[in-house]
Design a protein. Structure first.
Lengths: 457, 177, 197
């Protein structure tokens, strides 16, 4: 299939709104409606934004006629190995000169079969599997999995466990958004932001290591609560972190927002409207940047989010700048939540005392036969979860992270499905890149903040 | 399968069976407090359209499950269980509420109408279900494999597809690679 | 390529050391971050665990300009041909560090979707275990590689196994001209020391 044949399929129009006129079709002369007057959903349903080609599509250079460049478009490949640090995403881009017409994000380069592996692991091991899906926000994956299991089991977790989970989730949201700022800066040329961002992340990762033992991929949030209590002196550690962060955030703010080049590269670029975002199932900062104040923490509260105060940050235009601003301010809101958690962290158990689910404390194993048997059973066979199916969703830094869990009454899930937010968010890519330049396409990919582990699982 | 009618052997006149609960034309069950709808293949699109009219403007997830091993399932009495089940999660934002739609898909003819026209965001999800389970969607613009390579054979998440585990040697044998 | 047909004497002996010094003091990695290990690799390149002190802070995106491929993360079936293609595009001398357990052996994902160890696809010089390996582990792996380059161990073994890159260091009795293996080559050779590049 040569590029000329492709351009016969649907005439792509480089500048969205300015071309108005008539088209000669086989049914006679037909007037064309201005782009702005078309219903946004209708626009989406047009096959105008998404390039639908087989992934192995290759053009023989001998077929390309270099003498007639006027109405020819070029299909190039972006990725899967490319310096934009968002993992192995491949984008097939149809270009008219430098203008992007249609794109097709090709994924699957990181497909790990985690849902299949999850059917083979016990529930206490399941956390190790799901935590590596969205590897920038591992606590969120573990938390949604644990919440789904707890709902199937029908148990309540103690209050302290809930607040510990909230603390770790919000700190993880901060570290994920800081990484977004770092990679966003790197992709758009502010290389020093990469170094600054990691300096802040190291503070948080050191705290995570103190609490969970690992810098990333912790398997800390487990069904029933958390794996271990917070260490002594955690209040000082957290207080140190959130004391330092706001000043640094102001630095990042001025590094980006006061820089005219960055502003030009991001304002008005990659715009998506609220109808398009809702229709494409985009959630999280992308949806909020279009002006929809939808945040699962506020609208469908889980854990103890109805007891803390925070604002839902929304944008107005839905461009790259708005998405950056939404995430930057979400860090500030998370800091606010962490302050409240610091004041109000209750005492108590860090995991449920239900002995069918939670292993007994190690000391008791020497004393009690029953404790020993429970421990043995729980770690060799695993606890059994009653049959049923449930869908639980939380607000991860990328959007709605959901877990659909089907149990058959055994010790391993029958079907584990994680609704990754980046999988849906990535569908906004063709719409956002259309009509822009290829360099803006990089800014758009970066502002989407996809994590390919979440997309491919 | 649950018994819908009341059982009482003592009373002389049995009470009429209560009308099973329906929402958007589909039977309703509740799973751990969550509302689940069970349309049939014919009524699936009507149910989805009715839910769209009610205000469920976002379809957050479309996935499937393979019930080859016949675990216990909670289904209303009139729905015949099939091997595959297509699960769609819908979300309404104002007021915030969720609903889940579970559709039985027979193994012999795993073809389902696509809801892409109504919810463009399910394009990638339906491709994933096709890739992982082999369920085809009529009306989908580009039904190709999305996670596995395009020439891959087999549908990995089916229960009769092996996990593909490579045996690992733990003894002190000379390594073969 | 190295120094061809050189009879080593007191002048050229030192030249060989100079070449090796140049090679290991400025190994430029290729950006081959795939999954979670890539985040730790970026963290190693950042300020707290600086890679710039080893001359390695320039992560070259183009494989033609890179010396070292740090395979950081799990390699799926779809990605394996891409991995091989990027490896083939790199210029000699080149090295591979397999970072993390997923790259070294498939890690916790022993299933249909993940290649069980990138040494099925490319020859690996150093394996760094961990899930993900912390920056200290990665730096240890990098320094191990530097040591091997500095002592010429790698090129020596290439001569012994008779495969791999065509680095020619002249005949000192230790190393000799070796033939350039085809790309189908010896990735997957069963010698205990997996030292070839």
């Amino acid at each position: 299939m040569t590029p000329t044949e492709l351009s016969d399929q649907s005439p792509p129009q480089p500048s969205a709104a300015s071309w108005v006129g008539a088209a000669e079709t086989s049914e006679g002369r037909q007037e064309l409606v201005e782009r702005e007057e078309t219903d946004p959903l209708e626009l989406l349903r047009e096959r105008g934004a998404v390039l639908r080609l087989p992934e192995g599509f290759v053009v023989d250079p001998g077929d390309v006629d270099i003498e007639s460049p006027e109405d020819e478009t070029m299909i190039i490949n972006l990725g899967p190995q490319h310096p934009s640090t968002h993992g192995v995403l491949r984008v097939m881009v149809e270009l008219d000169g430098e203008t992007v017409l249609r794109t097709k994000p090709v994924i699957g380069y990181l497909h790990t079969g985690m849902e299949k592996t999850g059917e083979d692991l016990m529930y206490v091991q399941g956390g190790t599997n799901v935590t590596r899906m969205d590897y920038l926000s591992p606590f969120f994956n573990e938390c949604v999995f644990s919440m789904a299991v707890e709902q199937l089991l029908g148990i309540e977790i103690p209050e302290r466990a809930t607040w510990i989970r909230m603390l770790m989730l919000e700190l993880n949201r901060i570290s994920s958004h800081v990484l977004f700022l770092a990679t966003n800066g790197l992709d758009m040329g502010a290389t020093s932001m990469m170094i600054y961002g990691w300096r802040e992340r190291e503070l948080l990762l050191a705290f995570f290591e103190r609490v969970t033992g690992l810098r990333m991929n912790h398997n800390y949030v487990r069904p029933g609560g958390v794996a271990a209590d917070l260490p002594d002196g955690w209040r000082d550690d957290v207080a140190d972190i959130i004391e330092v962060l706001p000043g640094r955030l102001d630095e990042f703010d001025s590094l980006f927002t006061n820089q005219p080049i960055w502003r030009q590269r991001s304002e008005g670029i990659g715009v998506i409207t609220r109808e398009q975002a809702v229709a494409l199932a985009a959630t999280g900062p992308i949806l909020r940047s279009t002006g929809v104040p939808w945040d699962l923490r506020a609208d469908m509260p889980y854990l103890a989010y109805d007891q803390v105060e925070f604002d839902v940050i929304t944008g107005t235009v839905g461009d790259v700048f708005d998405r950056y601003a939404v995430r930057l301010n979400e860090i500030r809101e998370s800091i606010r939540i962490v302050h409240q958690i610091l004041e109000r962290m209750p005492n108590g158990d860090y995991r449920t005392q239900d002995s069918k689910v939670t292993p007994p404390p190690r000391g008791r194993i020497d004393e009690s036969m029953e404790a020993l048997i429970h421990h043995f059973k729980l770690f060799t066979e695993g606890f059994k979860v009653p049959a049923g199916e449930v869908y639980v969703a939380i607000e991860s830094p990328r959007g709605e992270l959901g877990c659909y869990l089907v149990s058959d009454g055994g010790a391993k899930p029958y079907r584990l499905h994680i609704r990754g937010p980046s999988f849906a968010n990535l569908q906004c890519l063709p719409v956002m890149m259309r009509g822009g330049l290829i360099a803006d396409g990089i800014a758009v990919i970066s502002s989407l903040d996809p994590v390919l582990g979440d997309v491919d699982r | 399968m649950t018994d819908a009618g009341p059982t009482d052997g003592e009373a002389p006149a049995p009470e009429p069976e209560p009308e099973p609960e329906r929402h958007a034309g589909a039977l309703v069950t509740r799973s751990r407090g969550q509302e689940v709808l069970h349309p049939t293949l014919d009524t699936y699109l009507d149910t989805i359209t009715a839910l769209w009219d009610e205000g469920f403007d976002m379809c957050v997830d479309v996935t499937a499950a393979d019930y080859l091993e016949r675990p216990p399932r909670d289904l209303p009495p009139d729905i015949a269980p099939e091997r595959f089940e297509l699960v769609a999660n819908l979300l309404a934002m104002d007021p915030p509420r969720r609903v889940r739609v579970r559709l039985q898909v027979p193994e012999a003819a795993p073809v389902v109408p696509s809801i892409w026209e109504r919810y463009p965001g399910v394009e990638a999800y339906e491709r994933e279900v096709y890739d992982m389970f082999g369920i085809r969607f009529e009306g989908h613009p580009d039904l190709t494999r999305i996670l596995m390579p395009e020439d891959w054979e087999g549908h990995p998440l089916r229960k009769d597809y092996p996990i593909g585990r490579v045996p690992v040697q733990f003894k002190a044998a000379p390594p073969t690679r | 390529m190295g120094l061809e047909d050189l009879n080593h004497n007191f002048l050229t002996g030192a030249l060989e050391d100079l070449v090796k010094w140049g090679r290991y003091r400025s190994v430029w990695p290729n950006t081959f971050g795939l999954a979670c290990c890539a985040i730790e690799m970026m963290g190693t390149g950042a300020a707290n665990f600086d890679l710039a002190r080893f001359g390695m802070e320039v992560f070259r995106a183009s494989p033609r300009q890179a010396d070292l491929m740090i395979v950081a993360g799990r390699v799926s079936q779809k990605m394996a041909p891409v991995l091989r293609q990027v490896y083939d595009q790199m210029m000699e001398p080149k090295w591979v560090i397999s970072m993390g357990v997923c790259a070294s052996s498939g890690g916790m994902f022993n299933n249909y979707a993940i290649v069980q160890g990138v040494d099925q696809v490319v020859p690996v010089d150093v394996y760094a275990p961990g899930c993900p390996p912390g920056p200290e582990t990665l730096i240890h792996a990098i320094l191990t590689l530097h040591e091997k380059i500095r002592t010429g161990e790698i090129t020596r073994r290439r001569h012994q196994t008779g495969a791999g890159a065509g680095i020619e260091l002249g005949d000192t009795g230790r190393s000799a001209r070796v033939a350039l293996a085809s790309t189908g080559g010896r990735a997957g050779d069963d010698t205990p020391e997996k030292q070839r590049a």
